[in-house]
Design a protein around this ligand. Structure first.
Ligand code: ADP
Length: 333
């Protein structure tokens, strides 16, 4: 298992508004390993942006620590912090490009700040714009680019200083689904080809499922659940995780005798429900079904309502277990 690159230990961030104190983050503990695509998901106001801004010290924590490659970010000198920040590229929902500069000049900007010569900076910018698929838009201004192209420029700019980590704060939230898909693929490609660790802040489970290997669910400034994406999808342990993997439409339904069944590659080619009904001699009610793309593999989930009769329910549960099907009672939808 790879070493941690970012370790967050008992992190706290408290804001003072007039006479009241707001805890945006409390008791946050996370370990992000080298090479991870680590997703942090939560609703609006949960503390996601504050957390990512505490990682690169754009926001100073009021307690705890953030270790980056083993060094406490809170204890670095100004010069050391500047250097550490260069190792952490960041992209945003609104791209944050300089509108009076071309794509190339935007990518050159952090290199100019780092004292790189103009010539070297331009050649690096060309390389990076080619990497993100914009070789033909080097001289375009942001106003001449689509949202997806602007985010590609922002990614190239974030990569200019050869970072070890790419922090993505709602990077696809302003994009349509097809563009979102292409930007997520680009981030995954960068992670795999350049070995850059990515931290993905989002409110959308589909973003997590598409590219992340690890996920942390944040709610009211605290981590509700963390683990491998598949594990959280198959066995959500907390209410917050269940709300993310189980569709909203089901959450207000009466939930007696509701069971969630997950189909992986093997089971999705078999008439699982048909066989179950035939074997148990009793129909089941299909309340919901969808397919999720988790790390490139299609997983189906279905929510069934089993009959009133407990002996029939037991028969169905035994059948599922014998067939190796993942059938979980949804006791708290
Ligand atoms: P998210 O990114 O998940 O939407 P934020 O990190 O922006 O959440 O905010 C978390 C909480 O911290 C919210 O209650 C928000 O109002 C509060 N907060 C964020 N920034 C500030 C600030 N500068 N001053 C006061 N409160 C803030």
């Amino acid at each position: 298992m790879a070493d941690p690159i970012i370790e967050i230990v008992n992190l706290e961030k408290k804001f003072r508004n007039k006479n009241t104190e707001v805890y945006a983050l409390q008791g946050i503990n996370l370990s992000i390993r080298k090479g991870d695509i680590f997703g942090i998901i939560g609703k609006s106001g949960a503390g996601k942006s504050t957390l990512v801004r505490c990682i690169n010290m754009l926001e100073r924590p009021t307690g705890g620590s953030v270790l980056f490659e083993g060094r406490d970010m809170c204890r670095l000198s100004t010069a050391e912090l500047r250097k550490a920040r260069r190792s952490m590229g960041m992209i945003f929902q609104q791209f944050n490009l300089l509108m009076q500069r071309t794509a190339e000049e935007n990518v050159c900007f952090p290199l100019e700040l780092a004292g790189v010569s103009r010539e070297k900076a331009r050649s690096r910018a060309c390389e990076l714009l080619e990497l993100v698929g914009l070789a033909d838009r080097i001289r375009s201004y942001p106003s001449q680019l689509s949202g997806g192209q602007k985010q590609r420029v922002a990614i190239a700019r974030a990569l200019a200083t050869n970072p070890d980590v790419l922090l993505c704060d709602e990077a696809t939230s302003a994009l349509d689904p097809a563009t979102t898909e292409s930007i997520l693929s680009l981030i995954k490609d960068i992670n795999q080809r350049l070995g850059i660790t990515a931290v993905i802040i989002t409110h959308e489970m589909s973003v997590i499922e598409k590219i992340c290997n690890q996920v942390a669910i944040i709610s009211h400034g605290k981590i509700a659940e963390t683990g491998a994406v598949e594990e959280v999808f198959f066995h959500p342990r907390t209410e917050e995780a269940r709300q993310l993997v189980i569709p909203e439409a089901l959450q207000n339904m009466p939930h007696e005798r509701l069971y969630r069944i997950i189909f992986n590659g093997r089971s999705s080619f078999e008439p699982v429900i048909g066989n179950l009904v035939l074997a148990c001699g009793c129909p089941v009610n299909i309340m919901f079904a969808d397919t999720r793309d988790i790390g490139g593999t299609a997983f189906g989930q279905m929510v069934l309502q089993l009959p009133d009769d407990e002996s029939v329910c037991r028969k169905i549960r035994d059948y599922a277990e014998a067939k190796g099907l993942m059938l979980e009672e949804m006791s708290h939808v």
